[in-house]
Design a protein around this ligand. Structure first.
Ligand code: 6PG
Length: 256
């Protein structure tokens, strides 16, 4: 499936790009709640989205989202405890979740409390099945089709300077995954090099909206390479394989 709409917007710095990301999140959440009564947003990890989360938590912005109807998920998680400084969940807690009136049951973190990452991945997939299908939140498909991929309203993503996104790294066998929604990733790659849990390409590519937020000249040059030579880039950079059913937007800050 290829994206219907691709938008790239360039900004001088991360503050400007983050302000636009906040607007994007507010608009999509509002439209989804108006349309079907709830919205589903997948948060990105890493450091780049931290300012977006902080800006979103400011009262004037936070008041524009119906948090009661907003469900938050994660695109990937590092295999560390929930209060570890490297936890993607914990970053979001500090920057956003601790400051907004979101019901705890609307926070769908990737738990790292299972015996191993493979079990953690299977349990998160089970949780997604439950949320979207058993609880009747299947969108765009018949609720009877219990295996249809979840269709998130908005997925936020970052990109590494090697072209990875979420925990999908270059040359990973996971790039060919067709069946699993969530998978474990062995340690040794990425920073920190701990094992990870990630959503898979079929799930990312089913989304209604994907928003990449990237900063710095190396990532900017990488995006330009992806745009100029998409076929070659798809072989080299996992981020180039993100082609959602809906809209794809890149917010690019020249300076972090
Ligand atoms: C992770 C991420 C990862 C991240 C990129 C960019 O858990 O590490 O989800 O894919 O988005 O590595 O990270 P920075 O924003 O820190 O550069």
């Amino acid at each position: 499936m290829s994206s219907q709409n691709i938008m790239v917007r360039e900004f001088a710095d991360i503050r400007q790009a983050s302000r636009t990301a906040v607007k994007y999140i507010i608009d999509i959440a509002g439209a989804a709640v108006a349309d079907k009564g709830f919205c589903t947003i997948v948060l990105a990890g890493g450091t780049t989205p931290k300012l977006t989360y902080e800006l979103l938590s400011l009262p004037a912005n936070a008041a524009q989202i119906n948090w009661q109807q907003c469900h938050l998920f994660w695109g990937d998680e590092r295999w560390v405890t929930a209060e570890h400084p490297d936890s993607n969940y914990f970053m979001a807690v500090r920057a956003l979740l601790s400051k907004i009136p979101i019901p705890p049951q609307n926070i769908h973190r990737i738990s790292t409390e299972y015996k191993d990452p493979a079990t953690g991945a299977a349990m998160y997939e089970k949780h997604l099945h439950h949320f979207f299908h058993r609880a009747g939140r299947t969108s765009g498909n018949s609720p009877a089709e219990n295996n249809t991929l979840p269709r998130f309203d908005l997925i936020l993503l970052g990109m590494g300077t090697d072209g990875h996104t979420a925990s999908l790294f270059p040359r990973s066998p996971l790039l060919g995954e067709k069946r699993k929604w969530v998978a474990s990733v062995p340690g040794g790659t990425g920073s920190p090099p701990v094992p990870r849990i990630t959503l898979t390409l079929p799930v990312f590519n089913q989304a209604d909206n994907v928003l990449f937020l990237i900063a710095g000249q190396r990532k900017r040059a990488l995006l330009h390479a992806i745009q100029a030579r998409p076929k070659e880039a798809a072989e080299l950079y996992p981020a180039a394989r993100i082609k959602p059913a809906g809209n794809l937007a890149w917010l690019v800050a020249a300076r972090p």
